[in-house]
Design a protein around this ligand. Structure first.
Ligand code: NAD
Length: 284
């Protein structure tokens, strides 16, 4: 069993991005810029936004966070996004999810200019990913693909099973793996016999948000296991969706939590924001 060390790779990518940001400044006189929209006071969202801001600082990016109260109107959020769409110092716009229940998330995500959609959630970029064209790809699944590539793990011809089918994790993960010529199965909460699917996996990608969802009896010998879940235990520890201690000995490769996919997500946000800056506002 070998660990897929996202922490080390993320650091390497951040160093490369930070070097390229300096080159970008030499030619354009400005640094890449990221605008974050944070609605409400969800502690997890605040923590994630804080981490993203720190990462921007490390990479030498400009970043601004628009903090808005829980009861903000949809129109006010849309106005702020439209301002950011027009702001030449902003290359990337990120809407921290989840938004409060009275806000139509789909509508909000559609207001972000596709050329600044560094989270890859706009239907324009979702469509480009689905058709295998260049565009902005959601940071978490993109980070997973970078991690596989770093360890020369090629999904081509492999049975790749994904647990979780959200727009943020599972669906884009499936599109990327399909584009990489894997045979892809997506499972979710309504899947009848989850174990029957996971046992057939050469590569297993788990992003459900359920502690210990995957135990050793659900994984075949030699499987590559990527744990995308982030959960907090009652005693405050961060754990994934996979029972690491029992599953790890059966795997060929496995991501730890923390230190696996999490740091890669932040590194990919920086990389997507740099790409948006280098594209000079073009859509791809
Ligand atoms: P979500 O709630 O939107 O989606 C969860 C998905 O898992 C759904 O498709 C649901 O059907 C499926 N699911 C839930 N319970 C299941 C079960 N018992 N069996 C099979 N499928 C089940 O969540 P999300 O935003 O996609 O996030 C999923 C997990 O990934 C969470 O733990 C989240 O914290 C984590 N996450 C991590 C990163 C990172 O950077 N590592 C980024 C985003 C999300």
């Amino acid at each position: 069993m070998q660990l897929l060390d996202g922490k080390t790779l993320a650091k390497k990518i951040e160093e490369k991005v930070s070097f390229e940001a300096k080159e970008f400044k030499k030619t354009t006189g400005r640094v890449p810029g990221l605008a974050v929209i944070l609605v409400g006071h969800d502690p997890a969202s605040q923590a994630y936004v804080g981490m993203k801001k720190k990462a921007c600082d490390r990479a030498g990016f400009y970043s601004v966070t628009h903090e808005m109260p829980d009861d903000i109107s949809q129109e006010a959020i849309i106005k702020t996004i439209e301002m950011m769409n027009l702001n030449p110092n902003i290359d990337g716009i990120l809407i921290q999810l989840p938004l409060p229940a009275h806000i139509d998330t789909t509508k909000i995500l559609e207001v972000v200019a596709p050329s600044k959609d560094v989270d890859g959630f706009h239907p324009f970029n979702v469509g480009r990913l689905a058709t295998g064209l260049d565009g902005f790809v959601p940071c978490t699944p993109l980070g997973v693909m970078e991690l596989l590539s770093e360890y020369s793990i090629d999904p081509k011809g492999k049975n790749a099973v994904i647990v979780g089918a959200s727009n943020i994790v599972g669906k884009p993960m499936a599109a990327l793996l399909l584009n990489a010529n894997a045979t892809v199965t997506i499972t979710h909460i309504h899947t009848k016999d989850l174990r029957a699917h996971t046992l057939g996996a050469d590569m297993l990608f788990v992003g459900a948000g359920v502690i210990n969802l995957i135990g050793e009896d659900m994984v075949s010998e030699g499987c590559v296991v990527v744990d995308i879940g982030i959960n907090r235990t009652e005693d405050g520890r961060l754990v994934g969706d996979v029972n690491f201690d029992t599953v790890a000995p059966k795997t060929s490769y496995i991501t730890p939590v923390p230190g696996g996919v999490g740091p890669m997500t932040i590194a990919m946000l920086l990389s997507n924001t740099l790409k948006a800056a280098q594209n000079h506002g073009e859509e791809v």
